[in-house]
Design a protein around this ligand. Structure first.
Ligand code: TNX
Length: 527
């Protein structure tokens, strides 16, 4: 009996030990099967050929045609890889590649299946060749290369290890042309460097739009030279009262450029006619009463409105949109239009109609929250569905395209569950599975694939005050949203995604992302 007990306890100890060992970090395995590598968003196709390519200090990056754009993408790759490897990978024009390990970036017009953002990555033991029709496709492909290397590649200090990638071929292109995130810089203001970090993180998951919510009741965040008090006074505070701030036009231009270098389009939003208290505090003439409103630092919505039957209001809208259009190379100006509860519908409709004409006059495409579909949409208007199915239907009936941002699935400010300290829960609690398990074409009856331009996940910032908090609310849910936007529904299953997300944890750690470690996922541990 004693002997038996001993045997049992030995077995138990061994079992516990092996369980423990399997939970702690394993030494990096040698990659040999490309199909087993974790890539998020999941690519269209992966085939393995059983070997490995090794990145070494003599590896060079070649670009197949001259041109600043290709060079810039090659330098991005070199910059991504250098801190952890310590290698200074030189960028050279193609022609003199050697057989002993090189990376080649090439543009190939004939592979039309790849479209604007697709890429093909061919990995042999001697070479890693990334091809795309367009530069944007090469940039998306670089993100895949980052995920194929060991997670140490994302650390910003030298790592002593070997840098191998399994051989084979990946062909990949996105499901939706618009894959976005939104950051509310109005309720709380975030500095340029925080927004740049957010851009870097969304780029890693192949998103291509960042919508900036630049004005709201609590703050005006972009310098407008013809109406200087908007930013100076209207931007002087934020939720809770302390802080606030705004981007100068130079800073905004720098952000736009930073995003563009990563093939991300900035979509600037000036919310109107509601959500305008900050503007109403800055200029009395924008109020129907002729009296300036008071600065607001609470989190109520729906109490403010521009004076819709005063001509000065349209001069204001014209000047603001004019300056913003000049600073913004992307095609869209977002005019908000949500929750204008203080604007009667008979005033709201003519206001939105005029605001849309002003956007067109400045050469831009109209973007707005789903309520704008109550007005007469101009050609090519994009309507962002967040709450009212009926509005999405009205949008497509008028020939508009829809962006899917259902609050119950994509709102990154919603709490994960009732124990989450940050965030709100008016739409839903959104756990990591809920944010992943939905299909854009099943959200609104009649709104089908051909009506949907893409997906966007907004992060409202009433309760979110700094970068750590942004990361905690956005990650990992934004990763799942990015996969919904990129990957075909036939390749999306929660169980498979859950496993990949868990295995991806060391990359999140290496990127120093303060993510929410949901119990629904078996997070792979890391040193
Ligand atoms: C609704 S979504 C809003 C925002 C709030 C958000 C908070 C939308 C178009 N309007 O003003 O920040 O809820 O979750």
């Amino acid at each position: 009996m004693k002997y038996l007990m001993n045997t049992f306890s030995t077995i138990a100890i061994l079992a516990i030990f092996s369980l423990y060992a399997s939970c702690t970090s394993e030494p990096p395995k040698e990659p040999t099967d490309l199909t087993q590598e974790v890539i998020i968003p999941k690519p269209v196709s992966v085939t393995a050929s059983g070997g490995a390519f090794t990145l070494t200090e003599t590896t060079k990056i070649f670009t197949q045609s001259d041109g600043e754009e290709l060079d810039q993408i090659a330098r991005h790759l070199s910059n991504y890889l250098s801190p952890a490897t310590g290698f200074d990978l030189p960028v050279e024009s193609a022609g003199s590649e050697s057989d002993d390990g090189h990376i080649l970036l090439q543009l190939n017009d004939s592979d039309t299946e790849l479209g604007e953002e697709g890429y093909e990555l061919n990995i042999t033991e001697d070479a890693l060749t990334l091809a795309a029709q367009q530069p944007a496709g090469l940039f998306r492909g670089l993100q895949t290369i980052r995920q194929l290397l060991p997670s140490g590649i994302e650390k910003d200090s030298l790592q002593e290890m070997s840098w191998k990638i399994a051989t084979g071929t990946i062909r990949d292109y996105p499901m939706y042309e618009y894959r976005g995130a939104m950051l509310d810089v109005a309720r709380h203001f975030f500095q340029v460097d925080d927004v740049k970090r957010y851009i870097d993180l969304i780029a890693y998951y192949k998103l291509n739009h960042l919508h900036l919510h630049l004005s709201d009741d609590q703050g005006w965040r972009i310098e407008i030279k013809s109406w200087p008090k908007l930013a100076e006074y209207g931007g002087s505070t934020q939720v809770g009262g302390e802080g606030g701030g705004h981007y100068t036009q130079e800073e905004y231009t720098d952000l736009v450029q930073y995003a563009q270098d990563r093939f991300i389009t900035i979509v600037p939003e000036i919310d109107m006619p509601g959500h305008t208290n900050a503007a109403l505090t800055s200029y009395p003439e924008l109020n129907c009463s002729g009296k300036a409103a008071e600065l607001y630092t609470g989190i109520e919505v729906g109490f403010s409105t521009l004076c819709t039957d005063s001509e000065v209001t349209y001069q204001f809208v014209d000047d603001v949109i004019g300056e913003l259009a000049t600073l913004t190379p992307g095609p869209y100006i977002h005019i908000g239009g949500d929750e204008s509860h203080a604007t009667p519908m008979e005033d709201y409709i003519p206001f939105v109609n005029r605001a849309q004409e002003i956007v067109l006059k400045h050469g831009k495409q109209v973007f707005g929250w789903d309520e704008i579909a109550n007005a007469e949409l101009v050609d090519n208007a994009v309507v962002q569905y967040w709450a009212e199915a009926e509005n999405a239907t009205k949008a497509i009936e008028q020939g508009g395209k829809v962006i899917m941002s259902p609050a119950t699935k994509t709102y990154l400010d919603m709490q994960y569950d009732s124990t989450t300290e940050l965030g709100l829960h008016w739409a839903a609690y959104i756990e990591v599975d809920s944010a992943y398990i939905w299909e854009p074409t099943n959200m609104v009856a009649g709104v089908d694939r051909e009506h949907i331009l893409g997906i966007e996940a907004p992060l409202w910032s009433e309760t979110v005050t700094n970068m750590d908090e942004i990361e905690y609310m956005a990650f990992p849910r934004l990763i799942g949203i990015a996969e919904i936007a990129w990957t075909s529904p036939v390749d999306r299953q929660w169980e498979d995604y859950r496993t990949r997300l868990g295995q991806h944890a060391p990359y999140l750690k290496a990127l120093e992302i303060d993510y929410y470690a949901s119990d629904l996922v078996d997070w792979k541990s890391y040193e």
